[in-house]
Write a protein that binds this ligand. Structure first.
Ligand SMILES: [Fe+2]
Length: 377
C-alpha cells in the first residue's frame, strides 16, 4: 500500500509539473445604464457568472464607462460609481481574487465635469500611483506574474491647464503621455516580462458606433474636413499603435464600443470588451447593407461610412468586413473576456449573452462561450 501511495504521489507530481501553469484574468467594460447610472440586471448577471464559473481568475480589468455620469452634477456621478461598486460586490467579495480585485480607469462618462477626476481617485484609490503627474490614479502600470499591465487614460475632463476656469470645453479621445508609455514599455521589456497588456477606454480602430471618434477622432463630417486638429488625433493614434507594435504588446483592451470585437493589427490584438450593459451597437456597416433598414444601435449607413473607411485605411467594399483587419471577429452581445496566460501563448475565451429581440439593453439568452482564440508570442 505504501509503495502504491509513493508511486501515486510521484505520478501526480510528474503530471502536475508537466501541465504548464498559467494565470487568469478577466476584461470587462461599459456597464452604464438606467438603474442609478448602471445597467444593473446585465452587470449583475455578468458579475455572478464570473464568480460562479471563473474560480481561477485572479482579477478583473475594467476599461471605463462604468456609469452614465452627469455633465452638471459631479455628486450624481459619484453616487452612481458608489452604486456600481455595490453591483460589482460579487466580484469585490470574491475570495478567489486578489487585491484590488478590479483594476479601473475612466471612460468619457466618468470625466464630464471638472470635479470628476478627483472624485474618481477618491472612489478608486487602490491603484498604483506611478503614472504621469497629471494623470495619477488614471494612468498607471504594474507587473503580475509573467506579464506587465498598463492602464492609460484616453479620456480626460480637460487635457490643458485644469486650473484655467475660463476653459470648460471637454477635450477627449487621445492618449496624452506617449513618452511616459514608451518608457514604461521599454522598462517592462527590460525586466523580462513575457506579455504586455495595455488597457484604455477608446478604440484605436473603431468597430461600430464610434467610427467618428475613438482615438482617431475624425469628427462628425469628414467630407468637409478642414480642421487640422482632427488629423492631429489620427497621427497621435498612429504614434500610439506604433509604440505598441514596437514593444510587441500582446493586446490592447478597450471599450467605448458596446459590442464584442477582436482583431490583430500590425501584430497587436485590439480586444473590444464592451458591453457589460451599455446599449448594444451594430458593427460598422458593410457593402450591400440596406440603407433603408437602419438597425437599433447602428450609427451610420454604409455610404456615409465610406469616407471614414478611406481615412482609416479599412478593409471595405464588396465581400469585405468594414474593419481594420480581415481577421476581425465580433458579436453584438454583452460580454467579458477570460485570458489564460502562459509563458508562450495566451488562450482567450469570450463569454457573452445576446440581447432580447427588439432590445439593446436587455439580455435574452444565457451567458455562454461565444469566441475562443489563441495569441502566440
Ligand atoms: Fe465611452
Amino acid at each position: 500500500m505504501y509503495r502504491f501511495l509513493l508511486i501515486l504521489n510521484f505520478l501526480l507530481l510528474t503530471f502536475s509539473s508537466a501541465i504548464p501553469q498559467g494565470f487568469q484574468f478577466i476584461a470587462m467594460s461599459d456597464s452604464r445604464g438606467s438603474n442609478n447610472g448602471v445597467n444593473e440586471p446585465v452587470l449583475s448577471a455578468i458579475a455572478e457568472h464570473i464568480v460562479k464559473n471563473q474560480k481561477d481568475a485572479r482579477f478583473v480589468v475594467f476599461a471605463g464607462d462604468m456609469v452614465a455620469g452627469n455633465r452638471f452634477d459631479p455628486d450624481l456621478t459619484y453616487s452612481q460609481l458608489q452604486h456600481w461598486k455595490k453591483v460589482m460586490s460579487p466580484i469585490y467579495n470574491n475570495p478567489n481574487m486578489i487585491w484590488p480585485k478590479v483594476w479601473v480607469t475612466v471612460g468619457n462618462h466618468e470625466v464630464q465635469h471638472r470635479d470628476d477626476e478627483d472624485n474618481f481617485r477618491k472612489l478608486f484609490p487602490d491603484v498604483f500611483m506611478n503614472g504621469p503627474e497629471d494623470e495619477k490614479g488614471l494612468t498607471y502600470s504594474f507587473d503580475y506574474e509573467n506579464s506587465h499591465f498598463v492602464f492609460v487614460t484616453s479620456d480626460r475632463w480637460h487635457y490643458g491647464d485644469v486650473s484655467d476656469t475660463t476653459d470648460d470645453k471637454p477635450d477627449r479621445h487621445y492618449i496624452k503621455h506617449l513618452d511616459w508609455l514608451e518608457k514604461d514599455l521599454q522598462e517592462a521589456r527590460s525586466r523580462g516580462n513575457k506579455h504586455i497588456f495595455v488597457i484604455s477606454h477608446e478604440p484605436a480602430f473603431p468597430i461600430g458606433g464610434h467610427l467618428r471618434d475613438g482615438l482617431p477622432n475624425l469628427g462628425s463630417n469628414i467630407q468637409s474636413i478642414t480642421d487640422l486638429s482632427k488629423h492631429w488625433y489620427l497621427n497621435q493614434r498612429n504614434r500610439f499603435w506604433d509604440i505598441l507594435s514596437k514593444y510587441k504588446v500582446t493586446a490592447y483592451i478597450n471599450g467605448h464600443e458596446h459590442s464584442y470585437g477582436r482583431q490583430s493589427v500590425n501584430g497587436v490584438y485590439q480586444i473590444n470588451a464592451g458591453s457589460c450593459g451599455a446599449p448594444l451597437y451594430e458593427h460598422n456597416p458593410k457593402y450591400g447593407d440596406n440603407p433603408a433598414q437602419k438597425r437599433p444601435g447602428q450609427e451610420l449607413i454604409y455610404n456615409d461610412a465610406v469616407p471614414y473607411y478611406k481615412a482609416l485605411n479599412y478593409n471595405f467594399g464588396p465581400n469585405k468586413n468594414s474593419q481594420a483587419s480581415k481577421d476581425f471577429v465580433g458579436y453584438k452581445a454583452f460580454n467579458y473576456v477570460l485570458f489564460n496566460v502562459f509563458d508562450n501563448h495566451i488562450d482567450a475565451t469570450t463569454y457573452g449573452g445576446f440581447p432580447k429581440e427588439g432590445s439593446i439593453t436587455e439580455m435574452g439568452t444565457e451567458i455562454k462561450v461565444i469566441d475562443r482564440f489563441k495569441i502566440e508570442n
